[in-house]
Design a protein around this ligand. Structure first.
Ligand SMILES: Cc1ncc(COP(=O)(O)O)c(C=O)c1O
Length: 484
C-alpha cells in the first residue's frame, strides 16, 4: 500500500474520472475543491502541499473521535494481529457480543438486543423489516425531508424527491408526514382511536396487541414511525414535546417508534444518543457512522427484546435477517475503541460545550446580516440558513442565482471558506440555502472561533459584493447543470 500511495499520488482525479464518478469530478473542479488529499488528523485534512484544512464535513459525520485516532487504529491492528476466528457464521464471536453489551448499556432500557449491520442504510432496512414482521402490519411512516439512506427500502422513507426520482416504484405503504406536526402524525396513525388511548396504553410491541410475527398484513395499520431526532438535511430541530408526543401516539396505535440516530448518535448532539434530550424510550434505535471511528464500515440496530423475539421466534427463523459481514471483528474492535475514546476524552460533554460556543458566536449574525435567516444546532450539529438580501439589486441578483440553481448562494459561500480560510464545509441538502457543519468532536475552541470569524467575513463580503458573487455563481451554475 505504501508503494501505491507514494508512486501514484496525484492520479486521484484521473482515476475517478475514468472508473468512478466523473460528474463528481466536474463538481470538484468547478468549485476548485479538487485537492490531492494526502493525510488527515483529528479535525483536519492535509493536502499534498502540507496545508491543513478544518474539516467540517467530517466524512458526513463519521469522524466524531477525529480522523485517524491512534486508539481506533491500534484496536483494528491488534485484532488483525490476533488472527481471530472472524465470521464463523455457524458460530458466534466475542467482540460483537461485547459491542452489543456496551452499546445497549448506553441506550435506553426500552432496547435490549442488537442486530449488527454494515452501514446506516442497512440498519434502517433492518428496522423496516423487523417493524413489519413484529407487528404484522405493512405501513411505515416517515417525516418530510427525512434522510435514512439510499438503498431501496431506506429510500422509500426519504422525504426528498431529488433522491427518490427515477428509482420507483419504491416500497409500498410508506407515507410521509410533516416533521413536527403531531396532528398529522395522529391522523396517519389512525386518528380518533389513537387520540383516545394515547398515554394510557402500555408501551411498544408488548402492549400493542398486534398479531405475532407472521406474514405482513396488507395496508391498514401502521407498523412503525421512523424519525431522526434532528433531521440531517437542513439540521431541522424538532419542536418542543414533538418527539415525546410522537412516541406516545405510536404506543397508543401499536406502532413501533424508531429513532434513526445514524447521524445524531455517538455524542454528536452533546448526549451519547440525541434521544436523551427528550427522555425517549424507542422500540428501535439505528446507529452507524461515527460508531467505528470512521475506520471500518459499521451499523447497528438496537431493538426492544419484545420486537426482536417476535421476529426471531424459533430456530428455523434464527437467520431470517442478517448480512455476511455484520458483526465482523474489525468493525466491532473499532466500535469498542470508539466508545472508550468518547468516554476517556470526555467528547460528549465537549460536543455540548463547543456546540454552545459555536451557537453563541454565530447566532448574532442573524441580526447583523440580512442574508442570514437562521442559525441553529444541537451540540456539534450546526447550520446557518440564508435568504435574499435587502435592496432591489441584491434581491434581483439572488433571484437570478435561485433561477440558475436553487441553493446556489449557500454553495457559493463554501467556496471562499475553502480557498481563503481552508475550511471545508457542506450545503445541508440539495436546493437548500443552508450550510452545515459536522466537525469532529475533538475540535479545538480556537478552531471554532476561527470558523465563526471566517463565516462572518464571507457573509459580510457576500452582502458587500453581490455582483461579484453572482458572476461566479453563473459560472458555477453552468458547470453544475452540465455536471448532472
Ligand atoms: C439519519 C441517517 N440515516 C441513515 C443514513 C444512511 O447511512 P449510510 O450512508 O451509512 O448508509 C444517513 C446517512 O447520511 C443518515 O444521516
Amino acid at each position: 500500500m505504501r508503494d501505491i500511495l507514494a508512486a501514484r499520488r496525484g492520479e486521484e482525479m484521473a482515476l475517478n474520472d475514468r472508473y468512478l464518478n466523473p460528474q463528481l469530478g466536474r463538481i470538484l473542479r468547478t468549485l476548485g475543491f479538487d485537492r490531492v488529499w494526502t493525510g488527515a488528523e483529528g479535525a483536519h485534512l492535509i493536502d499534498s502541499e502540507g496545508r491543513r484544512y478544518l474539516d467540517l464535513f467530517g466524512g458526513y459525520g463519521v469522524f466524531a473521535i477525529g480522523r485517524n485516532h491512534p486508539a481506533a487504529i491500534a484496536a483494528v491492528r491488534e485484532v488483525m494481529e490476533a488472527h481471530t476466528a472472524n465470521l464463523p457464521q455457524l458460530g458466534v464471536t466475542l467482540l460483537s457480543g461485547v459491542l452489543a453489551e456496551q452499546l445497549l448499556a448506553r441506550a435506553p432500557g426500552s432496547v435490549g438486543a442488537m442486530v449488527p449491520a454494515n452501514s446506516g442504510a442497512e440498519a434502517v432496512e433492518a428496522a423496516i423489516k423487523i417493524a413489519r414482521a413484529a407487528t404484522g402490519r405493512s405501513r411505515v411512516l416517515f417525516a418530510e425531508h427525512a434522510f435514512h439512506g439510499l438503498t431501496l427500502g431506506a429510500l422509500s422513507l426519504n422525504g426528498n424527491s431529488e433522491f427518490r426520482e427515477g428509482f420507483g416504484p419504491l416500497l409500498p405503504d410508506c407515507e410521509a408526514v410533516p416533521f413536527g406536526d403531531l396532528d398529522a402524525l395522529e391522523r396517519a396513525l389512525g386518528g380518533a382511536n389513537v387520540a383516545a388511548s394515547a398515554g394510557t396504553m402500555a408501551g411498544g410491541v408488548a402492549g400493542a396487541g398486534v398479531p405475532t410475527g407472521g406474514e405482513v398484513a396488507s395496508g391498514g395499520e401502521v407498523a412503525a414511525f421512523v424519525v431522526e431526532p434532528v433531521q440531517g438535511k437542513g439540521v431541522n430541530l424538532p419542536p418542543p414535546a414533538y418527539l415525546q408526543g410522537a412516541q406516545r401516539l405510536c404506543r397508543a396505535a401499536g406502532a413501533l417508534f424508531v429513532c434513526d440516530e445514524v447521524q445524531t448518535g455517538l455524542g454528536r448532539t452533546g448526549r451519547f444518543l440525541a434521544l436523551e434530550h427528550w427522555g425517549l424510550e424507542p422500540d428501535m434505535v439505528c446507529v452507524a457512522k461515527a460508531l467505528s471511528g470512521g475506520l471500518v464500515p459499521i451499523g447497528a440496530l438496537l431493538v426492544s427484546r419484545a420486537a426482536f423475539d417476535r421476529v426471531f421466534d424459533g430456530m428455523e427463523r434464527a437467520v431470517r435477517h442478517g448480512s455476511t459481514f455484520g458483526g465482523n471483528d474489525l468493525a466491532a474492535a473499532a466500535g469498542l475503541a470508539t466508545l472508550k475514546v468518547l468516554e476517556e476524552e470526555g467528547l460528549v460533554g465537549r460536543a455540548q460545550r463547543m456546540g454552545t460556543l459555536l451557537l453563541e458566536l454565530t447566532r448574532p449574525l442573524i441580526d447583523r446580516y440580512a442574508v442570514v435567516r437562521d442559525v441553529r444546532g444541537l451540540g456539534l450539529m450546526w447550520a446557518i440558513e440564508l435568504g435574499p438580501p435587502e435592496g432591489r439589486l441584491g434581491r434581483s441578483l439572488w433571484g437570478g442565482l435561485e433561477r440558475a440553481q436553487p441553493g446556489l448562494f449557500a454553495q457559493l459561500l463554501t467556496v471562499p471558506l475553502f480557498h481563503d480560510h481552508r475550511i471545508l464545509c457542506q450545503v445541508a441538502g440539495h436546493r437548500m440555502n443552508v450550510i452545515k457543519a459536522l466537525p469532529a468532536l475533538v475540535i479545538e475552541e480556537a478552531e471554532v472561533r476561527r470558523f465563526a470569524a471566517a463565516l462572518e467575513e464571507v457573509v459580510a463580503s457576500s452582502e458587500r459584493m453581490p455582483s461579484a458573487l453572482t458572476r461566479f455563481g453563473s459560472r458555477l451554475a453552468v458547470g453544475a447543470v452540465r455536471a448532472r
